[in-house]
Ligand binder design. Structure first.
Ligand code: ADE
Length: 235
């Protein structure tokens, strides 16, 4: 899979050379290219933003550098482009969307800052490429960079060959076809730590009872933390 990231802060993406994503790049599963949007500016100050038409606080990213960046990226490879624009106004990022993005050949991430990117760039992307606007959650970040780090990690770990034991993807709480429950609590050695004991059932060696206990814990956690996930289910 080819990944292009365009940002005015390319240094944000240094951590992608670490851990599993770093190995996927090293191993040739992912071709990651990070680009500085300012490379497509032509003025002395490398300006990428301007005041909004209609007034209001904040700045808007200018369309010209984005237009040139997208044209250059389109030229750089014949793979079809899916443009991902992180924005709090986007489609919520879920495991389902991560699986959907993992099927694409090429993702181009356009990181907005300030009040976002001029809408004409977004409309141009929708007309020319596949466009997906994605929100990480109902809160406001200073820009799309942190959202892109999260999306890239969630997508790359789904690519064949990235995770050593693919069965671990199948067992994840948000895997396709899995119940939509949150993960049960996990424990490892020692059996007692600071006077807190591991639940007896997990030491019993009784697989049926372990499975039952885990299912109860997952359901209780979900009731407490994410009752929205249980809506429409028979309880
Ligand atoms: N940019 C700013 N806030 C964001 C959010 N919540 N999700 C995605 N991109 C963003």
């Amino acid at each position: 899979m080819r990944l292009d990231i365009v940002s005015i802060f390319p240094d944000y993406f240094a951590p992608l050379s670490l851990s599993l994503v770093g190995k996927a790049i090293q191993g040739g599963i992912v071709d990651l290219q990070v680009h500085d949007l300012r490379a497509w500016t032509h003025d002395r100050h490398h300006t990428t933003d301007d005041t909004p038409y209609g007034g209001g606080a904040g700045m808007v990213m200018k369309p010209e550098p984005w237009g040139e960046a997208l044209d250059a990226l389109e030229e750089a490879s014949s793979l079809p482009m899916t443009v991902v624009v992180p924005t709090p106004a986007g489609r919520p990022f879920t495991q389902e969307l991560a699986y959907e993005l993992a099927e694409r050949q090429r993702l181009v991430f356009a990181c907005g800052r300030y009040e976002g990117i001029d809408q004409r760039v977004i409309d141009h992307c929708a007309d020319t490429y596949e466009l997906i606007e994605v929100s990480l959650g109902d809160y406001v970040l200073n820009g799309g960079e942190v959202a892109v780090l999260a999306i890239v990690e969630a997508v790359v770990r789904l690519l064949p060959g990235v995770i050593g034991n693919p069965q671990s993807l199948v067992e994840e709480s948000h895997a396709p076809g899995h119940s939509r429950l949150l993960e049960y609590p996990n424990y490892t050695k020692p059996p007692v730590w600071r006077e807190r004991a591991v639940p007896d059932v997990l030491l019993s060696g009784h697989h049926g009872r372990v499975a039952e206990w885990r299912a109860e814990q997952a359901l209780e956690r979900t009731r407490q933390r994410r009752p929205d996930l249980l809506e429409g289910e028979i309880s």
